[in-house]
Ligand binder design. Structure first.
Ligand code: SF4
Ligand code: SF4
Length: 344
């Protein structure tokens, strides 16, 4: 069912963005021409914008929004011999444009950083408190998306300030955040009930396993990734739901008593992730890492929180230099599970 919304001409919507950019930093997918992985290829990644025309509303973003909440490298505090000083953050509010799969991914990030244990993560929460979201409707499915089977193609129940769909040279926006009402009313062509667009089918399909037998964990199905995967970690860095990080202390002085502590994104697919004190190292084989990542995304997170971690954005499929498809892996786990169940 539609909710209260507004129709804008391009100029009117641009005025809204200009007005909002006075009080919010606006973070949105931007087409970066010639900055792709290969010569003469483009990439869509997040950046700050001040005008509507800078926002890439049509293409799917190759990287996710998550760096605004979990920066690749974030200084937490500075230390001297006697003092610790917390790092400062930009106090301005942020508006993030994102699609339904990513808004569903935000729910996963919040789950891990805010609701996974007795204490919420202070450094995540202090940024999260300043961020609001704008839902970008999906007019069609994109390559590698499997959001429908993951149940993340819709975001009706999730928290966003307004939605945006560009249809026939008009911007269609559903408004949920009453704080923005004046700027919308002042620049709109007219008011109208609006339902954000969402997809109902994807070309890529996955079948999820109901339960996973223990034998999957020791199955030889993982062995092909020992040689196919190169452990580059790209799949983790583009994933909107990967939350692992490591800590780094950077020393300014030779005696190691003055410096800063940083939190830095980590990847369960790269060397060093499982290193422990005393020289121990686990999951040395890439196939073992693939098993760990897969089971986290479609098995153990759900066992703990009741829903899958993976949102089916398909970015890991698109970015993998070895053409390893995560959606294929999900289907292989399910096929293997059915095989084991049928043997009983
Ligand atoms: S595992 Fe792949 S498809 Fe699933 S949310 Fe992460 S990047 Fe998207
Ligand atoms: S992007 Fe592909 S090759 Fe790189 S770690 Fe992930 S699955 Fe392996």
């Amino acid at each position: 069912m539609g909710k209260r919304g507004y129709i804008f001409l391009p100029g009117g919507f641009n005025k809204v963005i200009e007005e909002l950019s006075k009080s919010y930093r606006i973070y949105a997918p931007v087409l970066k021409v010639g900055e792709g992985r290969f010569t003469d290829t483009d990439v869509v990644r997040y950046d700050f914008v001040k005008e509507a025309s800078e926002i890439e509303l049509d293409k799917k973003s190759d990287y996710s929004f998550k760096e605004i909440l979990t920066p690749l490298s974030q200084t937490l505090f500075f230390f001297t011999e006697n003092d610790v000083k917390e790092s400062e953050i930009d106090e301005r509010e942020v508006l993030v444009f994102l699609r339904s799969c990513d808004l569903n991914a935000l729910k996963r990030l919040d789950q891990i950083y805010l609701h996974n244990g007795r204490e919420e993560d202070y450094f995540y929460a202090r940024i999260r408190d300043k961020v609001k979201f704008v839902l970008m409707g999906c007019a069609h499915s994109y390559e590698d998306c499997f959001c429908v089977d993951m149940g993340t193609n819709r975001a009706d129940d999730l928290d966003y300030s307004f939605s945006v769909d560009y249809i026939d040279n008009r911007f269609h926006c559903q408004l949920k955040d009453s704080v923005l009402e004046d700027v919308f009313t002042n620049n709109a062509l007219k008011e109208q009930d609006i339902t954000p667009r969402f997809v109902t089918e994807n070309e890529t399909r996955v079948q999820l396993p109901d339960s996973v037998p223990l034998s999957i964990f020791t199955s030889d199905m993982w062995e092909e990734y020992n040689t196919r995967c190169i452990g580059c970690g790209r799949c983790n860095y583009v994933c909107p739901t990967c939350t692992c990080y490591t800590m780094q202390d950077v020393y300014y002085t030779d005696n190691g008593r003055v410096g800063e502590r940083r939190r830095v994104n980590a990847s369960c697919m790269v060397d060093g992730y499982t290193n422990v004190a005393g020289g121990g190292e686990y999951r040395k084989k890439y196939g073992e890492r693939m098993r760990f990542k897969t089971m986290h995304k479609i098995y153990d997170f759900k066992k703990r929180f009741g829903y899958n971690m993976c949102v089916g954005c398909g970015r890991c499929d698109t970015v993998c230099p070895e053409y390893i498809s995560f959606s294929n892996i999900i289907n292989k786990v399910t096929a293997k599970t059915l095989e084991v169940q049928n043997e009983k």
